[in-house]
Design a protein. Structure first.
Length: 183
């Protein structure tokens, strides 16, 4: 099994990173043969989509930035883990740029260049105490993955997480670990 983890948090060692690492620990513990590629996209150069449609006539996106490194791994992945904190009511800007660039996986608007059978797991962290406060964000990200034929099999929304990573409840850490174990 091949897993690609995409962390869109600008903070190193923050709550998103901790939950991603717990998920990946579960994957490693639950699967004998696994390949994991983890990307901290805030430390990469990933431009937003230019809407040029060059990816429809060329082989892939025409922009030559760090997204080129991720495309092949996503194409080969069985599972894609997407993680982002909620900032100003939505995923981070770099997370939005990453999702926009997934457009290169479509031949047109509806024909896909991705093999079928891919699964995704979504991790969102937020300081808001109510888990459902930004559920629409999770639904929107899941819809994007679904539009590429990627079946979202897990959604972890960690509410009440502030900059102090000690505020991460052991229960949510266990959920992340168990999700990786059972993927």
């Amino acid at each position: 099994m091949k897993v690609v983890a995409v962390s869109c948090s600008p903070r190193v060692g923050g709550s998103c990173d901790i939950l991603v690492d717990e998920f990946l620990r579960g994957v490693r513990d639950g699967h004998k043969e696994v390949s994991i590629d983890k990307y901290k996209v805030a430390n990469m150069k990933i431009n937003g989509c230019m809407g040029c449609y060059g990816c429809k006539s060329e082989k892939g996106c025409v922009q030559r930035d760090d997204m080129q490194v991720i495309y092949r791994d996503i194409y080969d992945a069985d599972v894609i883990l997407f993680a982002s904190p909620i900032y100003m009511g939505y995923i981070t800007g770099i997370g939005k740029s990453f999702l926009e660039r997934m457009f290169a996986f479509s031949k047109g608007h509806y024909d896909l260049n991705l093999p079928s059978g891919k699964r995704s797991v979504l991790i969102l962290t937020q300081s808001h105490q109510r888990e459902d406060a930004y559920r629409r964000v999770a639904d929107e990200v899941i819809n994007i993955f679904n539009s590429y034929g990627i079946n979202t099999v897990g959604r972890i929304i960690a509410a009440g997480i502030d900059r102090n990573t000690e505020s991460i409840d052991d229960n949510i850490l266990n959920i992340a670990y168990q999700s990786g174990l059972n993927i």
